[in-house]
Design a protein around this ligand. Structure first.
Ligand code: PLP
Length: 385
């Protein structure tokens, strides 16, 4: 291919290859135990795969309706009502999308204009800030507070200006595994009352909350639900991250604008898989049992790491475990993560990469959505450090 001779003014001049791609490639090169990227290393339910094949073989292979197949939207509406007591009209207030990331990007592109400010917390999942930058918005970062990455609501209040258009929430939180409490949600509700600020609530780990706690999402709080895009991911819930499917729920006024943008981008999400999810969702057990499934893995991993010199931070939700390494090394987390992969054969994610202006707090993130054997082998190596 001859090279492009024109001038390119990058919209994302500071964005390179994501750390997840870098670390996963390194893990492969060095045949390392991969506790880095956030996806299961085990297969999804056979029944779900069978339903997907059945839908394909019965010819459900053409464009579905733009907002998603009606039966799936109805299932989502029933679930939101049952779990959170929230009534979303499947006709106007629920849209099936090709992944939560796409849902988040679309919500941002729908509302944010040059000069608008969006509040987000740091460390932050990596897709928010580039999406804001792409559409000309400005990210305003509020730090989560150590030792347990909680929100200081005075700092949120102080970050609000007349230009604030949106706030991005994420609970359970990637990368820190913290969760928001009922008190947090009431604080947020109070701060936003009487403003036009819209919430984008990334709740892809909504079913992975530990120790008997109840997931506190925006849909439970009428004062938040009325101004929020709730975003979830079938990929995380059903261990099919490669299928890239999710859904967004929001009041009609917000959703009708969202659909205008979606209509001219993806337009629809994959059709047969929607029929498969609609059938599979009839049984709530798979998502209701997910927290116990991952809690067992969390406990196994933490117990296996107990003799190590890492300081284990709380893991209250999601499938991540953060660990401080003050007692082990003075290196930056980015250097240590690379060295552990190359020399010790265990791959993790350095938490500093989740900051726009990196803070080196000496914390690594491990993903425990892995087979028991992988977790034990990984922990064994980490205990030798
Ligand atoms: C917090 C968070 N939001 C969104 C996503 C992406 O979800 P999806 O694969 O459905 O786009 C991830 C995936 O790791 C995540 O951790």
């Amino acid at each position: 291919m001859p090279s492009f001779k024109g001038h390119i003014k990058s919209k994302l001049p500071n964005v390179g290859t994501t750390i997840f791609t870098v670390m996963s490639r390194l893990a492969l090169e060095h045949n390392a135990i991969n506790l880095s990227q956030g996806f299961p290393d085990f297969d999804c339910a056979k029944a779900l795969k069978d339903l997907f094949s059945k839908a394909i073989n019965s010819g459900l292979n053409q464009y579905p309706p733009m907002a998603g197949v009606p039966v799936l939207r109805e299932r989502v509406a029933e679930k939101m009502e049952r779990l959170y007591g929230a009534t979303y009209d499947p006709e106007h207030e629920i849209t099936v999308v090709p992944g939560a990331t796409y849902g988040i990007f679309t919500a941002i592109a729908t509302l944010i204009r040059p000069g608008d400010e969006v509040i987000l917390f740091e460390p932050a999942y990596d897709c928010y800030d580039p999406a804001i930058e792409t559409v000309g918005g400005t990210s305003v970062f509020v730090p989560l507070e150590l030792p347990d990455y909680h929100v200081d609501w005075r700092k949120v209040q102080a970050a609000i200006t007349p230009r604030t258009r949106m706030i991005i929430m994420n609970t359970p939180h990637n990368p820190t595994a913290s969760v928001l409490s009922a008190e947090d949600m009431r604080m947020l509700e109070g701060i936003l009352r009487g403003t036009d600020i819209v919430v984008v609530s990334d709740e892809v780990y909504e079913h992975i909350v530990f120790d008997g706690h109840v997931h506190q999402g925006v849909s439970r709080y009428p004062g938040l639900a009325e101004r929020s895009f709730f975003v979830s991911s079938f990929g995380k819930t059903y261990s099919v991250t490669g299928w890239k499917m999710g859904y967004v729920c929001a009041p009609k006024e917000l959703m009708s604008e969202f659909r205008k943008v979606h209509q001219f981008n993806a337009f629809v999400a994959c059709s047969p898989v929607q029929y498969a999810f609609a059938e599979y969702m009839k049984d709530p057990a798979p998502y209701l049992e997910l927290a116990a499934f991952y809690q067992r893995k969390r406990d196994l991993f933490r117990q296996a790491l107990a003799p190590s010199r890492f300081t284990l931070m709380p893991s209250r939700g999601s499938f991540f475990q953060c660990a401080g390494y003050d007692a082990i090394s003075d290196e930056r987390d980015t250097d240590l993560a690379v060295r552990l992969t190359k020399e010790n054969g265990v791959c993790s994610i350095p938490v500093s990469v989740f900051y726009k202006n990196p803070r080196y707090e000496k914390v690594l993130r491990f993903c425990f959505a892995k087979s028991d054997d992988t977790l034990k082998r990984g922990a064994e190596v980490l205990c030798r450090l």
